[in-house]
Design a protein around this ligand. Structure first.
Ligand SMILES: *[C@@H]1O[C@H](CO)[C@@H](O)[C@H](O)[C@H]1NC(C)=O
Ligand SMILES: *[C@@H]1O[C@H](CO)[C@@H](O)[C@H](O)[C@H]1NC(C)=O
Ligand SMILES: *[C@@H]1O[C@H](CO)[C@@H](O)[C@H](O)[C@H]1NC(C)=O
Ligand SMILES: *[C@@H]1O[C@H](CO)[C@@H](O)[C@H](O)[C@H]1NC(C)=O
Length: 587
């Protein structure tokens, strides 16, 4: 009896310590049913609908969790999974996040996501606080950062990937039968470096360290919007900073500086990277802010001046791979946050604007728009059309009030609004691209977790079951085709797959609206067009005619035809889920 009492009080004590370190949840949040997306909110703050969008977006990261789930976990249909991840390298890597619709873990895109997540809190802390979402931001960030701490826990090494193409693209079942025998851990080392992944890990940890020490990054010159996200944890902040510094040192000094797929070719099928300079600049800038030391800002700026990439950039995508457009925006914020860092705000304002001006004036090289108004960067927008548009919108809102003129501020905000409105229903297919937010949201996002397949085989991806079993709240799908149509078919990975990095710009965008106290509802609340009834809501006229003809010819022919169509797209999905977006630069 006594040992039992001691044990339980010890457990309670440990629990208390842990709960104390995290921001406590005073207002628990679970996503409301999609029908609530049709209810206009009262004209007050925080706007209930923007708060739900922020809340759902963070809930998506809960759904994507791997490993042991906490006791008070919000997602009733998720189970503990992959306890053996990392055993092959003697590190517990069971936690963290599943990257996308399947079960790989990928460090490079994860660190970009965590960087963007932290950046949203550093810039729009008031939005998170007002919506009572800060404790969930804390948990989402910690789940990722803790895993990065694990993945980099052996000095000089970073685990950069878990999983294999051959397994990942065959299994499409739930979280209880994930094939665990074929999940190798791949790592870079000091002798076999991956400069990009090491530097972006340092960026994520340093950005997290800033957020946990109560830092605010300025988003306007008056300081009116400055409020720290209420999630201070100094011990954790210090732990993150120490690791960030040693990783950055490694990125700087392990030679040759090179992209990580040179060291680990096995990652190239999923996430080959095209450059490391951008990661070094972001990492150096966040570290300059977190340490207050000029040598970091000096190094970051000398990379900027020397880079063969040619700063300042006037075009190109912002995404998990290429961060060049984000670089001057962060440097402006850093210059204003700490004048001792010796960063010239005006120089980087000019650099930010040579990118944003052509963007919002619709004159950026190599870009176009769909008829319905979605911004496209051919190549980068092919796999997930919403992602480049929403990332640019996120950048535009962070920078908007730091611009050199009020008219620029307005034009950046107006352009961002067009893209956010498009994603939230103002599009020809009348789709609200965040899952579970509105009756017109996608019903069949490509997600092995949410599908509830009984066979677990990718061969039956669209039919087993016909409509997805669980609602993947907050998941943002790839987006429409170039003709603004949307298939809502799981095998169509370009349009329906979800991923950690598709949702992270939405965190910035929703937190922004809440931070400025916008009382106007998101577009979807007032949508008047008929709501799609599910599966074929966004099919083009051509596809509908095709199906009708199929019915006339006969049920069996239709089945054969569908099987043929699906096999092709499945094959495409198998062979090139995510290709490198650019030819890797030679150092
Ligand atoms: C979690 O386990 C339950 C009970 O076995 C199962 O019904 C459910 O489908 C599992 N969830 C996932 C995501 O596989
Ligand atoms: C966070 O860390 C920075 C850099 O050391 C320091 O200047 C700042 O005062 C810290 N902020 C808080 C709120 O502790
Ligand atoms: C800056 O100086 C510190 C020691 O004060 C050192 O640990 C760090 O590596 C330096 N950073 C760079 C980018 O040189
Ligand atoms: C950038 O170029 C200058 C001049 O060649 C050189 O001194 C400096 O070390 C370079 N910086 C980096 C980070 O390579």
């Amino acid at each position: 009896m006594l040992p039992f009492v001691i044990l339980t009080s010890l457990a309670a004590h440990l629990l208390l310590v842990k709960v104390h370190a995290q921001a406590s949840i005073n207002t628990p949040y679970t996503p409301p049913p999609a029908s609530q997306g049709q209810t206009a909110s009262a004209k007050d703050t925080p706007n209930r609908q923007w708060a739900n969008l922020l809340g759902n977006s963070l809930y998506f990261y809960d759904i994507q969790r791997s490993g042991q789930l906490p006791q008070d976990f919000r997602v009733s249909w998720r189970n503990n999974s992959v306890p053996d991840d990392g055993k092959d390298v003697n590190i517990d890597l069971s936690g963290g996040y599943f990257d996308a619709g399947n079960y790989i873990k990928a460090t490079l895109p994860l660190c970009w996501v965590l960087t963007q997540m932290a950046w949203s809190g550093l810039s729009f802390g008031h939005g998170y606080n007002a919506a009572a979402q800060t404790p969930y931001l804390d948990r989402a960030l910690r789940q990722g950062l803790d895993w990065i701490l694990q993945a980099s826990s052996v000095d000089g090494e970073v685990v950069v990937f878990i999983g294999k193409e051959s397994t990942d693209n065959v299994y499409f079942g739930g979280d209880q039968n994930i094939p665990t025998n074929d999940r190798p851990s791949y790592k870079i080392t000091r002798d076999n470096p991956g400069t990009d992944v090491t530097a972006i890990c340092a960026a994520a940890l340093a950005a997290g360290s800033l957020l946990y020490n109560g830092t605010v990054l300025p988003v306007d010159s008056t300081g009116k919007l400055q409020e720290a996200a209420d999630m201070k944890d100094e011990a954790y902040s210090t732990q993150l900073l120490t690791r960030a510094q040693s990783l950055y040192d490694q990125a700087q000094n392990s030679l040759p500086q090179q992209v990580y797929q040179k060291a680990v070719p096995e990652v190239a099928w999923a996430y080959a990277s095209s450059d490391f300079d951008d990661n070094l600049i972001l990492g150096g800038t966040f570290l300059a802010l977190a340490t207050g030391q000029q040598n970091y800002s000096q190094y970051a700026q000398s990379i900027y001046s020397n880079s063969s990439y040619g700063y300042p950039v006037t075009s190109g995508a912002l995404n998990w791979d290429t961060h060049q457009p984000a670089v001057p925006v962060l440097l402006v914020q850093a210059a204003l946050a700490n004048p001792n860092l010796n960063i010239n705000a005006d120089k980087y304002r000019a650099a930010a604007e040579v990118y944003l001006d052509p963007l919002v004036n619709k004159k950026m090289d190599g870009t176009k728009y769909t008829k319905g108004g979605l911004f496209l960067i051919p190549g980068d927008s092919d796999d997930a059309s919403l992602n480049p548009a929403l990332n640019c919108a996120a950048l535009a809102v962070i920078y908007s009030r730091l611009a050199t003129s009020g008219s620029k501020t307005n034009s950046y905000l107006a352009w961002a609004r067009t893209q956010v409105d498009y994603a939230l229903g103002n599009n020809p297919a009348h789709v609200v691209y965040s899952v579970g937010l509105h009756p017109s949201s996608p019903k069949n996002p490509q997600s092995a977790l949410a599908t509830g397949s009984s066979s677990g085989s990718v061969d039956n991806i669209d039919t087993d079951p016909p409509t997805e079993r669980w609602v993947l709240y907050g998941g943002l799908v790839g987006g429409p085709a170039k003709d603004d149509s949307f298939s809502d078919r799981r095998s169509d990975y370009r349009e329906t797959e979800v991923a950690l990095d598709y949702v992270s710009p939405m965190l910035v965008l929703a937190a922004h609206r809440l931070a400025i106290g916008d009382t106007t509802d998101p577009f979807y609340v007032t949508m008047t067009e008929p709501v799609s009834s599910g599966g074929d809501g966004g099919l083009s006229i051509g596809a509908k005619v095709g199906i009708a003809i199929g019915c006339i010819i006969g049920f069996f022919l239709l089945l054969a035809g569908l099987a043929w169509v699906f096999r092709r797209s499945i094959k495409r999905f198998l062979n090139r889920r995510r290709e490198p977006k650019h030819i890797p630069l030679e150092p």
